[in-house]
Design a protein around this ligand. Structure first.
Ligand SMILES: C[S@@+](CC[C@H](N)C(=O)[O-])C[C@H]1O[C@@H](n2cnc3c(N)ncnc32)[C@H](O)[C@@H]1O
Length: 205
């Protein structure tokens, strides 16, 4: 099955439309919060207490805001290109009194405005399939990761069956494609877990 571009699935229209983006934030808030709790458990199991965490394609902001509750000493940064979602995320951070510690910034996943080796954890969920150059996004994630830091990237898995329900599933990647892309990056110790395709990796030490 050929991969459909995000333009073909029509999904990118959502993030350029204020009402649709706000609707997306509402619908996905609970699942994004669950992602934050899952990430917290994962970091806990890995005995990882990060000082700085980056969420690439931070969407409704709920993943980072949930994670912030579990990591009271960490600084958390979310980047996204959708102004509506950034506004919503910043408002939620401020309502929870977290705006000093959790920041949401307008930036592209393929050109992160951060220094090399500046984050302990880089997280991204369901964003890789939306960018024009996914290898570049993966390389940007690797670049900003500190030596020994952890990247956890959830990738939409391409599925003919699921695309009957939601077209977006035609724009995802196969496990093989992910492995090929990762081979073009500086990530090391890569583990690709099936199901939703979780990529966990460590930056070069
Ligand atoms: C499917 S949503 C996932 C949002 C969030 N990670 C979640 O799991 O709920 C994809 C997000 O990626 C953002 N996005 C798309 N292309 C981007 C890019 N090139 N740089 C930064 N963010 C991007 C969209 O605005 C959207 O918020």
């Amino acid at each position: 099955m050929k991969r459909a571009s995000i333009q073909e699935t029509g999904f990118d229209r959502i993030f350029q439309n204020v009402e649709l983006a706000a609707g997306y934030a509402k619908r996905h808030a609970a699942s994004a919060r669950r992602a934050g709790a899952r990430l917290a458990r994962f970091l806990n199991r890995a005995s990882c207490s990060p000082a700085r965490v980056l969420d690439v394609g931070s969407g409704s902001g709920d993943t980072l805001l949930e994670l912030a509750e579990h990591l009271p000493d960490a600084e958390l940064v979310g980047v996204d290109l959708c102004q509506t979602l950034l506004d919503i995320s910043r408002r939620k951070a401020s309502e929870r009194g977290l705006d000093g510690r959790v920041r949401f910034e307008e930036a592209s996943a393929t050109a992160l405005p951060y220094d090399d080796v500046s984050f302990d954890v880089v997280f991204s969920q369901d964003t890789l399939h939306m960018v024009d150059d996914p290898v570049r996004m993966l390389n940007e994630c690797a670049r900003v990761l500190k030596p020994g830091g952890v990247a956890r990237i959830r990738v939409i898995r391409r599925s003919w069956l699921l695309s009957c329900v939601e077209g977006i599933f035609r724009s995802g990647f196969t496990r093989h494609e992910i492995a090929e892309m990762l081979a073009q990056t500086s990530f090391e110790q890569v583990a690709i877990r099936s199901g939703l395709l979780y990529v966990t990796s460590q930056a070069r030490r």
